[in-house]
Design a protein around this ligand. Sequence first.
Ligand SMILES: [Fe+2]
Length: 378
Amino acid sequence: MPDILKKHILVVDDVPANLKYAEQLLGDRYRLTLAISGMQALKFLKKVKPDLILLDINMPEMDGCMVLVQLRNDPETNKIPVIILTSEVDTAMELKCLELGAVDFIRKPFVTEIMLSRIETQLELSTYRHNLEDMVDEKTAVIERLQDVMSTCFAELVESRDGTTGGHIKNTTRYFSVFLDELSTLEPYKDILTPQYMRDLVRAAPLHDIGKIGINDCVLRKESALDKEEFEHMKTHAKIGGDTFQNIFTSVEEVHHSQLGAVTFEKICDTMNIDESADTAFLHIARDMALYHHERWNGTGYPTGISGEQIPLCARILSIVDVYDALTSRRSYKEAFSHEKAMQIIIEDRGIFFDPELTDIFVGISDKIEQCLMAKEH
Ligand SMILES: [Fe+2]
């Protein structure tokens, strides 16, 4: 087999005779790199990532355990399988190595067949794991693309019924993305707004008014201001939207737990290092945005009347841009307000309708929001 196709193994041992012996046993089957110390091994690993590491435990200066800790703490190396080379039976040490992430042990003096069998087993497991991870990544990408398409389709469906709010969803999502980008650079939001959370937020934002599907046409398309009864009916869109996502969430949970069995599902997620809540996180966010985007900081909003930080962050962010878009859009019963007037109204409602800290940040990016307004779709 050409060298390039052979699996690459890094052997770390402070005794040159052991390295030589490992080379004699493994040199024909594998591509080998020999390191005489933990430091030398770590230096090599900065440049090259082998398929497997054989690591001696008793070494001067930096022993095998210390090397293991460094390997596990580095995302670049923490998935490389490590087999410990040891000359004595020491259960406490073996347990410690397993806790630190070692996958197996080979005792010295080496018995050729045992050594080869254990190495092969770990290399095969590692290949399966990589293949499985690739499959999961591929499937995740497909699901995310599907979510994008579904989000857009549903949002357009809502908008097609609501003749008066042309472009509202796209415009709101644009202001929302600009606002999020700013928040993601600031404390304390930058720790909360992880890249995945940001992706979910932007994907869920266009769906915040999905509950309007349940509103009567005569109310939804009315060209004059709504009377009290009509407004009460319109307000139910928040609850309808929230319930819609809650029902989808419950159904997804049932699928997880019925088809695979809860224990199996958790085990798979554990093995694959997958956050088992990741696929439902989007639904949580979409539900919170749909349900709470008309809540107010002082508790006078709807549908639940919660206040302050009880209102999920995603809904507090969205409510500001949702109102900004409503103010700067023309309605049959009102003209579009200017950017300055809309900002003034939002500032007046700081700490009343809107989270005061978020309002300050939104006002701080007034120029960027105005640029979005000038480029908006009507
Ligand atoms: Fe709404």
